[in-house]
Write a protein of this length. Structure first.
Length: 634
């Protein structure tokens, strides 16, 4: 057996098959039986119309055709106390048959069966397209062990196994690179179009593709535990979280059917026209109400997943479209959580800026504190040679003390310098930046100012959100007010609330909701979990590979890219608009015109049944276009 051939990714058949082959894959045994039933009923109706078969055979054919509709309708009536479309069509057909419109009744039933069949087939086809959009994972892997390489099924892999993945192959597991180098296309997980370079120690995800190089990957998660599998599960299960507009449509359909029956009965009592009654029954059927929303939500959620945005259901999609206030955590969300040296100021003529940075970096090089790392990184970036300290002591909450080339160096806050007997009139204010004081041999030598960098594209993303209809952008942070105001001013944030504890953030969101706002909260998915849960929509940044982020929020972004929030909002608004179009045009306008034409006697049952296909096709096409239509940022 050729290992290369076996370990190569097995593409989903929907992707490579022709359009006809795709359709044939959806034709199950039950569907072929349905096709035979429709053809047989239609053929008998045609033969009866030509006078070639008796009416008894026509009645038998209609009974065979109506059987699945009656079965489904009765089950819905018994189990859910719901009068569904199936009962509706059955009544329309029987009214036509008993009212003397036998051919019209049979043709009506055939056309309705065809419409139902096409709707079901196209819905399944849309779901298959969704899976093809997201992708697949290989079913076999090439495993390296003491006895060499061997090909095994994914189900036989164990945690800790080392898998070899070569150029052009899909990675079958979540894991860490333990050997080799390569470039990996992570678009199925993160939505990013540019490949990422991977080397030893880098995490990788199942379902992503090695475009160049080769990687040895130690398996950490398998099967349903992988990030890819969780994404697939979220998309497939998203239908369960119905959007409010979908629930409304279901409710409308529930009470509309009895109202329609009363209306049609009234028309019959006035006109005694069975032909008109049958025509009205066709055009008052609420079938399209059931199609108007679900397919849109499926398509929109899949489109978002393809862009590295996981939306857990239509409920959150619709809410995001209606949000008018967006609340952001500061650290790690609006800022990159990577402190950087922004200014070095000397306070002693004996030390210029490079000399000051050299001594501070030498003192800090053994510290694990983020501010110390920023000082050391700044020295490296500026080409400053940093010596090893002769001695080093970390002073919790104050800074470090070190001996460097015979000099005693203190690096930290004002309290550290005062403790060391260094004359200091007042602590240096950073104006939103963090000042790191440096003293050498008991003298105040200077200050290094450090600030957290803004996340790239943050200002543009907030501007785009405001352009999309967001009225207010609020920043909540546990940081001090001065630092928060500097960040807010740079990004154009409308309101800042600083020095907050986690419970304060929850209270702030509750206050905004109390003012009548629909609030979305954007955070890291772990530290901000209470606030994410309290908001109307919780959005977790950087969910790639983290189970906590996927579970904590209603929407998870697989990368730390604020532009994806803009894309999610755009997809949500487009989806909500599409639902409105389906309900207004596909259901409202077409049905109103049809009912009017029926009451005026312009059309009969057969023409009405044919025209009834129009809204079905219109709703379907308008819905699935969300998979491909151009959406800003998506």
């Amino acid at each position: 057996m050729n290992p290369a051939a076996v370990s190569a990714p097995q593409p989903a058949p929907e992707v490579d098959a022709s359009g006809l082959a795709k359709l044939m894959l959806l034709m199950t045994r039950e569907r072929w039986i349905e096709v035979a039933r429709i053809v047989a009923t239609g053929l008998v109706a045609l033969l009866y119309w030509q006078g070639l078969v008796p009416i008894q055979l026509l009645w038998a054919a209609v009974a065979v055709g109506l059987y699945p509709l009656v079965k489904t309708g009765v089950l819905d009536l018994v189990r859910e106390r719901k009068v569904g479309t199936e009962i509706f069509v059955t009544v329309a057909t029987l009214v036509a048959m008993f009212g003397g419109e036998t051919v019209a009744g049979a043709v009506l039933m055939v056309i309705i069966l065809i419409a139902e069949f096409i709707a079901e087939l196209n819905t399944d086809r849309a779901r298959a397209s969704i899976k093809a959009l997201i992708g697949s994972v290989p079913q076999f892997a090439l495993v390296r062990g003491a006895g060499g390489e061997k090909t095994v099924a994914i189900a036989a892999l164990n945690i800790g196994d080392v898998v070899l993945v070569r150029p052009g192959e899909k990675i079958p597991v979540d894991g860490v690179v333990v050997g080799g180098e390569g470039s990996v296309n992570e678009a199925p997980i993160t939505g990013e179009s540019l490949p990422k370079d991977k080397a030893t120690g880098a995490p990788v995800f199942a379902g992503t593709v090695v475009e160049s190089g080769a990687l040895d990957i130690r398996t950490e998660r398998l099967g349903t535990d992988t990030t890819f599998a969780r994404i697939i599960a979220l998309v497939e299960n998203a239908e369960a979280q119905q959007a409010p507009v979908q629930k409304l449509a279901d409710k409308v359909a529930g009470w509309l059917i009895p109202v329609v029956f009363v209306f049609v009965l009234g028309v019959y009592l006035v006109t005694r026209d069975v032909r008109m009654v049958v025509t009205l029954l066709i055009f008052t059927s609420p079938a399209e109400l059931g199609l108007a929303t679900p397919l849109v939500m499926i398509a929109a959620i899949a489109r978002a997943a393809r862009n590295g945005i996981l939306i857990k259901g239509g409920l959150y999609l619709e809410t995001l479209a209606k949000v008018d206030v967006m609340v952001f955590d500061k650290t790690g969300t609006l800022t990159a959580n990577r402190p950087e040296v922004v200014e070095v100021t000397s306070r002693d003529a004996a030390f210029d800026e490079p000399a000051l940075l050299r001594l501070a970096a030498a003192a800090d090089r053994r510290s694990a504190h983020p501010l110390a790392k920023a000082v050391v990184d700044a020295a490296a970036q500026r080409g400053v040679a940093v010596p090893e300290p002769d001695s080093f002591e970390q002073l919790q909450g104050r800074g470090v003390k070190a001996s460097i080339e015979g000099q005693l160096v203190l690096v930290g806050n004002a309290a550290l310098l005062r403790e060391g007997g260094v004359p200091l009139d007042a602590a240096v204010e950073g104006g939103g930046r963090t000042p790191v004081h440096v003293a050498v041999d008991g003298k105040f030598a200077g200050v290094i100012f450090i600030a957290d960098t803004l996340r790239p594209g943050a200002k543009e993303a907030l501007g785009a959100l405001k352009a999309s209809g967001i009225k207010r952008i609020v920043m909540l942070t546990g940081d001090n007010a001065a630092t928060a105001q500097v960040v807010a001013a740079a990004l154009g944030v409308d309101e800042v609330r600083a020095d907050l504890m986690p419970e304060d953030k929850v209270a702030a969101i509750a206050e905004l909701q109390g003012q009548g706002h629909r609030v979305a909260m954007v955070g890291d998915g772990v530290n901000d979990a209470p606030a994410l849960a309290r908001a109307d929509v919780g959005i977790a940044m950087g969910g790639g590979g983290t189970q906590a982020a996927l579970e904590a929020a209603d929407i998870a972004l697989m990368t730390d890219d604020l532009a994806k929030i803009v894309a999610a909002r755009a997809i949500a608004r487009r989806a909500y608009r599409t639902v409105q179009e389906n309900l207004f045009v596909g259901v409202g306008v077409v049905h109103v015109l049809g009912i009017t034409a029926a009451l005026l006697g312009w059309i009969g049952p057969i023409q009405a049944a044919i025209l009834h296909l129009g809204p079905d096709v219109l709703v379907f096409v308008n819905s699935v276009k969300l998979l491909r239509v151009r959406i800003a940022g998506a």
